[in-house]
Design a protein around this ligand. Sequence first.
Ligand SMILES: *[C@@H]1O[C@H](CO)[C@@H](O)[C@H](O)[C@H]1NC(C)=O
Ligand SMILES: *[C@@H]1O[C@H](CO)[C@@H](O)[C@H](O)[C@H]1NC(C)=O
Ligand SMILES: *[C@@H]1O[C@H](CO)[C@@H](O)[C@H](O)[C@H]1NC(C)=O
Length: 512
Amino acid sequence: MKAFLLLAVISFCWAQYNPNTKPGRTSIVHLFEWCWADIALECERYLAPNGFGGVQISPPNENIIITNPWRPWWERYQPISYNLCTRSGYEHEFKDMVTRCNNVGVHVYVDAVINHMCGSGAGSGNSSTCGSYFNSGTRDFPAVPYSAWDFNDGKCKTGSGGIENYHDVTQVRDCQLVSLLDLALEKDYVRSKIAEYMNNLIDIGVAGFRIDASKHMWPGDMTAILDKLKNLTEQWFAEGSRPFIYQEVIDLGEEPIKSSEYFGNGRVTEFKYGAKLGTVLRKWNGEKMAYLKNWGEGWGFMPSDRALVFVDNHDTQRGHGAGGASVLTFWDSRLYKMALGFMLAHPYGLTRVMSSYRWPRFFQNGKDVNDWIGPPSNGDGSTKAVTINADSTCGNGWVCEHRWRQIRNMAIFRNVVNGQAFSNWWDNGSNQVAFGRGNKGFIVFNNDDWALNTNLQTGLPAGTYCDVISGQKEGNSCTGIKVNVGSDGIANFQISNQAEDPFIAIHVNDKL
Ligand SMILES: *[C@@H]1O[C@H](CO)[C@@H](O)[C@H](O)[C@H]1NC(C)=O
Ligand SMILES: *[C@@H]1O[C@H](CO)[C@@H](O)[C@H](O)[C@H]1NC(C)=O
Ligand SMILES: *[C@@H]1O[C@H](CO)[C@@H](O)[C@H](O)[C@H]1NC(C)=O
């Protein structure tokens, strides 16, 4: 009884930190800019069968249409109203997606843009994804409706009206972020309109929210909004389930605003994670994989149960946001797969896998001048369908990192080792490292410039295992490297530094 009560208290207090994924499904994937119809298909044909817990979607609410430059990805971060229509699809398609994903046990997390509306210089008219009228000059958004007194113009004290100094906390939260009209979140009216939008999504069946630009909102204003949210719908979630909340706060440790100020509201994006892991795998600044032994809080990261972690996101993969050039992306596929392998094997944080589209990257003076380019599109501006090739990769310019064998199999690895302790760490003092997760899984990396050939304690039961990086178990055979674990738990590993994927991962579900 005591244990039950304690559990009940913990699960209530911790509610907003829980992604509400099905038991044993540990990772979520960001299907950046995908259409709702394609996401519904992907839930059914790929994400559910491969054990993904959920999908983060692009903002579903009406946004401004920008034609110069042509339909950039960031137009979706400029709301016009909370109507559910965007280039990803209309309301009926959104509802169909949420229903179909939930029905196969894959939950949906909405990217909620609630700090601001469109840019202050956007002008007026009906150039929005549902055709709703707006006037940025007079701060008029009749489709919500918001008007001039719902914005922070009077509160911001900078000359430009924008954020000029990130060391001034009040500016960061009361002034315009890159000229975006800053909502007055201390007003109950504004809080109610935002909560109404989010509650509509909860009624449709979403499981939680990524809260965009959280650093630019006062944590207390966010709490007031979140307190207005309903419990999740009982059609797919246990009674009393709270929406999962993860807040975009870019805190690399150099500014006065800290991630910890937001822990009361939910989890927080740990931007140090991808920046540091990229630095280590690239061997910049004298970093080596051996130093990853105390990865996580030992590196100055936030507590694991507050962290949402990722190697790259839609901002950092194109040089926006934080982390700079060290961030690994699909463009650096060899190191990227190792980074995803490390992240998905390591117990720290709640893991999110990025799934991107290709764009014609073009660097001039160190800057990608094409960093704005939106998703693969047809001549009329509509987003191209995600086509699936015979080898299960994606076509039409979609990268689909989550379908890369190494990444998909590591997402499964994470599910298999869920709850197991970090164990049997080994390193050679350089860039050859290995670790296990209790008696369920083991992974070995060689990021040195010479071969690895060593015997290691895996912690696994004796037997022959199939490496899930070079292949996987299919029926009773293995399409990849076989690893023999002795009755003492020890196995010999050999990894060439020339290998396309210089790492090996084994787990008990791929034992032959
Ligand atoms: C612009 O949007 C408003 C509603 O927001 C509508 O009444 C009006 O007809 C629209 N105008 C055009 C030209 O579509
Ligand atoms: C959520 O569910 C809990 C437990 O059933 C209940 O006590 C609480 O009032 C509900 N909250 C809302 C906002 O409906
Ligand atoms: C790293 O590993 C290799 C092979 O396993 C070994 O020869 C080397 O001495 C190790 N240590 C360092 C510091 O390179």
